[in-house]
Design a binder for this molecule. Structure first.
Ligand SMILES: [Zn+2]
Length: 369
């Protein structure tokens, strides 16, 4: 009988048609996507987790980094700004340009910061903003859903909350700007041009592009991080044909928290946040890899903890709960590295008997890292 590890309902009460991704799709897609089948119900997957993941994308440093890479060439960036504050300085010699949202693009094998033609709309939510990418927006058909949806979203936007940044061949070439203004008007915004400024991007290379963010981990972000940790642990247990362990009472607290049934102080779930590398290779070079790392292991009190980091940023230690007796073994644990650029997953086990060649991930409960 299929049963949901989160809400506990069975296949007579709920459906199990969808796959639950261990890592939300906003973290990228992988050649061997880890998905949980028959253990997470469609209600938890789409009604509870999807909206939570959207908030994570729009209101955490990791989510905003994902949007800066714009790996799927989306036409819009959404920053909610309730828990995160962003500040940018493109080095163009005038604060006027600090409103520009930066993007990462690969050039000659290196990640560089680019300014892309964009329309910025302030007042998204209470404290946030939207960035619409001119080149991607131009590709949308005017009478199709995507364009109409964004038009609807911008229904009450006022001209003073709109800023437009475009490139051009010189100060007197305003064709790209006019095109972008036309686009804003096609979106139904009554835009009246205010201040217009011009800067040479050549000055940018010597000043560099400053990016700074400060982010609190709110309850919703914490639930998403905890869910990814528990999903990964669950995936490993299911692979080992030990899925029944996931319903153990020792995990009822973390399951209820992820579902939002109980409220806990964030520090009780995310017990530590640090920046030191986890992976041996990272320690050797003293730098973080651009990717996601997930591990789980036992702490010195035999609690199961998971260490997680996204895009090589902060490392969160998530408390999953006291280990059931049968899991307390020396080899308990597992870890994987997810590369969102090369779309591959690498096992991080140090157990050489289980260490095979190739990229294939080998998740399990007793692959201690
Ligand atoms: Zn469920």
């Amino acid at each position: 009988m299929k049963r949901c590890i989160y809400c506990g309902k069975n296949e007579k009460e709920v459906t199990f048609d969808r796959k639950e991704h261990v890592l939300p799709r906003l973290m990228g897609s992988f050649s061997d996507n880890l998905t949980i089948i028959d253990y997470v119900c469609d209600d938890c997957n789409s009604k509870v987790f999807s909206p939570l993941e959207t908030k994570f994308k729009e209101d955490t440093e990791e989510g905003i980094f994902y949007q800066m890479f714009n790996l799927k060439n989306s036409f819009q960036i959404r920053i909610r700004g309730d828990n995160i504050k962003t500040s940018f300085s493109p080095g163009l010699g005038d604060d006027f340009f600090n409103e520009i949202f930066p993007f990462f693009k690969q050039e000659e094998g290196e990640w560089k910061i680019f300014i892309l033609p964009q329309i910025k709309i302030k007042r998204y939510g209470n404290n946030g903003y939207l960035i619409l990418l001119v080149d991607e927006l131009k590709k949308l058909t005017r009478d199709k859903k995507k364009f109409l949806d964004i038009k609807e979203l911008l229904r009450n936007v006022q001209s003073k909350d709109v800023s437009i940044f475009t490139g051009s061949d010189g100060e007197h070439d305003d064709k790209p700007l006019k095109e972008a203004i036309q686009l804003v008007s096609d979106l139904g915004v009554d835009y009246k041009e205010g201040k217009r400024k011009f800067a040479l991007t050549a000055s940018r290379s010597k000043n560099g592009f400053g990016i700074s963010m400060s982010c609190n981990i709110g309850n919703e972000a914490s639930r998403v991080i905890a869910k990814i940790a528990f999903n990964y642990f669950s995936y490993c247990a299911i692979e080992d044909k030990r899925g029944s362990i996931l319903f153990h009472k020792n995990f009822s607290k973390i399951r209820s928290y992820i579902l939002g049934k109980i409220d806990l102080p964030v520090e009780e779930i995310i017990v530590e946040i640090k920046n030191e590398p986890i992976i041996y290779d990272e320690k050797m070079v003293g730098a973080r890899w651009l990717g996601h790392t997930i591990t789980f292991s036992l702490d010195d009190k035999n609690n199961i903890i998971s260490e997680i980091s996204f895009f090589g940023k902060r490392i969160y230690t998530v408390m999953l709960g006291p280990a059931p007796q049968e899991l307390i073994k020396r080899e308990f644990g597992c870890g994987h590295f997810f590369d969102p650029i090369g779309n591959k997953i690498f096992g991080l086990t140090q157990n050489f008997t289980k260490h095979k060649s190739g990229d294939k991930a080998e998740p399990g409960l007793f692959n201690r890292i």
